[in-house]
Design a binder for this molecule. Structure first.
Ligand code: AHM
Ligand code: MG
Length: 337
């Protein structure tokens, strides 16, 4: 396994991937190609996000997705870009996306690969029109079924512990691709002047911090365990700060860089919360654990959960391991949960 120390800031994503691959003598190159496809999609979406107001890309597309949410033009654009960049390079066999009703098989005119990708193509898309930070989240499984056969449901409806990698691309004041593998968590910043991602955040580990992120507008609907936990943070000798963008990827990214915890708990009206297991909670839980943090649904470790459907939802508590443990202790002791 390539060690974190050997990667210096300024290393390109391509060199990082090639150096990492050399540690695996049997690697076919598919995983490297897949990460390069992700980076290409990230560059294309970044360019479009930056020009959205000029390119007629703001606003709703005029329809709803499978979750009944109003789809934004950039949601559709991002979904199309990911599909186009993933399906033709022989590394992917199936894509599961928030914007697609069912799993998307790589068309038979292309070679089918060994990986299954789960995607939230544009998370936080209600923030697009206000120029707030948004991002793309992805999880990567290695298929269970034999190479060359059509991928099936069992290749993707499986526990988060089966992930081999995950990441996100965040479109904020800059564009950053954060990739988690067994080697750790590494952040690469896009230099738009040269069109390359360069290593800017080697071997990310969540620091200690006092920031909590939760939508307090739902406080009246929280279970007592959540209320107790947040009250404890606010009444601490040094109260924690509240920060909430409403883009999961941006809120969790802040916790990874500055410490703290993000919660999207269940409510009586949404007993499974809002966030999706396969393409939001699983990839971020995998990444946060690799950065030394933790993620639960208020009782159970997220990566231990077994989905039943590709669009399953889950409550989510994620971030600093001690903070997640304390929230989980209070939430799981809550008989109403
Ligand atoms: P999206 O994937 O359709 O953008 O929805 C998920 C988003 C998350 O990014 C964010 O954490 C959450 O919805 C915000 O929801 P709420 O407005 O209920 O706080
Ligand atoms: Mg989302």
């Amino acid at each position: 396994m390539a060690s974190a120390q050997q990667f210096e800031e300024g290393t390109t994503l391509d060199r990082f991937l090639m150096d990492t691959m050399r540690e695996y003598p049997h690697a076919t190159g598919q995983f490297v190609n897949l990460c390069q496809s992700m980076a290409l999609a990230g560059k294309m979406i970044s360019a479009r996000v930056n020009r959205a107001g000029l390119a007629g890309m703001l606003g709703a597309a005029g329809g709803q997705n499978v979750h009944g949410e109003f789809v934004q033009k950039l949601d559709l654009y991002a979904n199309d870009v990911f599909k186009a960049s993933l399906e033709h390079r022989g590394h992917t066999c199936m894509i599961v996306s928030e914007e697609e009703g069912g799993p998307v098989l790589v068309p038979s005119r292309y070679e089918s690969g060994d990986y299954v990708v789960t995607l939230d193509p544009l998370d936080g898309s209600s923030n697009i029109d206000c120029n707030a930070t948004i991002g793309s989240i992805f999880g990567i499984f290695k298929r269970k079924t034999p190479t060359g056969t059509p991928a099936t449901r069992e290749d993707v409806v499986r526990p988060g512990d089966d992930l081999v990698a995950s990441g996100y691309i965040i479109f904020g004041s800059g564009t950053l691709l954060v990739l988690a593998t067994e080697a750790g968590v590494f952040g690469f910043t896009l230099d738009p002047t040269v069109g390359e991602f360069f290593l800017s955040h080697p071997a990310l580990k969540i620091p200690k911090g006092r920031i909590y992120s939760v939508n307090e507008g739902y406080r009246a609907q929280w279970q007592p365990g959540v209320v107790s936990y947040i009250d404890g943070l606010q009444r601490a000798d040094k109260p924690w700060k509240a920060r909430y963008i409403g883009s999961l990827v941006a809120d969790v990214h802040r916790n990874i860089l500055k410490g703290g915890v993000f919660l999207y708990p269940a409510t009586p009206g949404s007993p499974q919360g809002k966030l999706r297991l396969l393409y939001e909670a699983f990839p971020l839980a995998f990444l946060v654990e690799k950065a030394g943090g933790a993620a639960t649904d208020g009782r159970v470790r997220i990566l231990d959960l077994h989905p039943e459907d590709i669009h399953d939802r889950t409550p989510l508590v994620i971030g600093d391991a001690d903070a997640v443990a304390r929230a989980t202790e209070l939430m799981s002791a809550d008989p109403s949960f």
